[in-house]
Design a protein around this ligand. Structure first.
Ligand code: AMP
Length: 210
């Protein structure tokens, strides 16, 4: 099954993507994680993306489309995948269609803007493997340490409140029109993000099994 997770930054896409990939045994592909890994290893693409990312702006379409094209060609995507953070613009969605990638379902996790900033301030990510946590909603077993790889948990620079506001603005202008795009293709399912992660997960799994 080929799935896209849509939603504002901080809506919980990453956490729900992890759940779906465990449930269906398919990989999660997060363009944000791929770009952060490229930045960490100092590749040209990573360095180019840095200024856009730090300001809460989108990395140019041609860069992320190239990333996705390469990643989807890998063997582990043959039985399906979950896209987390791609597409984020109409041209990205059109590029996916042009590649002949058939998307089965698009799940949009809706969280009101006023809840997003509060959620993002508590978000922490593992600097080693990229797993995400939350100081209130998804605590690690040991403070500041990743459950999966024992890496150190840090706050992403682009999760600071000013950048979050910029990212929300970009989300409404550039990404939200994708709801209409996929609704017209009859693929859109909307899930209201719940206070408890497990409650949102139950709604997401219901949509996948529908
Ligand atoms: P994320 O981890 O998905 O929130 O992505 C972090 C940042 O990476 C975004 O704010 C963008 O700067 C960049 N990025 C990730 N995915 C995309 C995409 N599909 N299109 C453009 N920029 C992206």
């Amino acid at each position: 099954m080929n799935i896209i997770l849509l939603g504002a930054p901080g809506a919980g896409k990453g956490t729900q993507a992890e759940l779906i990939c465990t449930h269906l045994s398919i990989p999660t592909i997060s363009t944000g994680n791929i770009i952060r890994a490229a930045l960490k290893s100092g590749t040209e693409m990573g360095l180019k993306a840095k200024s856009f990312m730090d300001e809460g702006k989108l990395v140019p379409d041609e860069v992320v489309i190239g990333i996705i094209k390469e990643r989807l060609a890998e063997d582990d995507c043959a039985n399906g995948f979950v896209l987390d953070g791609f597409p984020r613009t109409i041209p990205q969605a059109e590029a996916l269609d042009a590649m002949g990638v058939v998307i089965d379902k698009v799940i949009d996790i809706e969280v009101p803007d006023e809840n997003i900033v509060a959620r993002m301030s508590g978000r922490r990510v593992c600097e080693k493997c990229g797993a995400s946590y939350h100081l209130v909603y998804k605590k690690p077993e040991n403070d500041g340490i990743c459950n999966l790889c024992a890496g150190t948990l840090v706050q992403r620079k682009d999760d600071h409140p000013d950048t979050v506001m910029a990212r929300l603005d970009v989300y409404h202008k550039e990404t939200e029109p994708l709801k209409d795009y996929y609704s017209k293709q009859g693929k859109l399912a909307i899930v209201e993000g719940q206070e408890e992660i497990a409650e949102t997960s139950a709604l997401v799994l219901k949509e996948i099994e529908a």
